[in-house]
Design a protein around this ligand. Structure first.
Ligand code: ZN
Length: 208
């Protein structure tokens, strides 16, 4: 699945959902005590599976980098590691499966939040969104790559001690979105659906 993650990041780049070095993804299999995360500062158009960082879950408060490949040994994990660690240390409803966490910067989701729209409120009017994707209330202004960003995202997703989450996607004002599901493309589809509806809402001008 690391190759699939590379594919979705190339696709996200082509859609202008990230600039070259933005965005990050993590993936954990339920029967492993580690997860993989994209490295920091690498161009996502040329992301390769052997560049991923392997992160061992030592305890609910601690992680440790482990050797995965010679290439990745020279790289650092994404600065959003606290966000991913919190969502990967316990897998909640994905405990018998795989959990993938995708963070990108989709244009219309960010524009909608900038226009004052709480993304959780727009899904009611759009069945194609709310049938498949549960949208959390927005996270407000928080600094990127901070523990505060991680904590606020976890809070809005209603992450509990077992790793259960009440939503599939959350927006961070002035920044981006975080989507979670059992495969890279499934997480990606939550973003795609929300982005499409945000584009429609903004085009309609029917919001305040
Ligand atoms: Zn970001």
């Amino acid at each position: 699945m690391l190759e699939t993650i590379c594919d979705i990041m190339v696709d996200a780049y082509k859609r202008n959902w990230i600039t070259s070095r933005d965005g990050n993804v993590s993936i954990r299999h339920h029967d492993r005590d580690h997860f993989y995360i994209t490295p920091s500062g690498v161009r996502k158009q040329t992301l390769q599976p052997d560049q991923f960082k392997k992160i061992k879950i030592v305890s609910s408060l601690m992680w440790r980098e482990e050797f995965y490949s010679d290439i990745s040994s020279n790289l650092k994990p994404s600065g959003e590691l606290p966000l991913h660690f919190g969502l990967q240390k316990n897998m909640g409803q994905h405990s018998n499966d795989v959990r993938v966490v995708v963070h990108v910067h989709p244009t219309y989701c960010i524009a909608a939040m900038h226009a004052g729209i709480d993304l959780s409120t727009i899904s009611n009017a759009f069945p194609e969104l709310n049938r498949y994707t549960r949208v959390a209330p927005n996270v407000g202004d928080v600094p990127p790559i901070s523990q505060e960003l991680a904590d606020q995202c976890h809070k809005m997703l209603q992450l509990d001690n077992y790793g259960n989450i009440a939503y599939d996607i959350v927006g961070i004002k002035g920044h981006g979105v975080v989507a979670i599901d059992t495969s890279p493309w499934r997480a990606y589809e939550h973003i795609e659906r929300l982005e499409h509806i945000c584009k429609i809402v903004l085009a309609s001008g029917n919001y305040k």
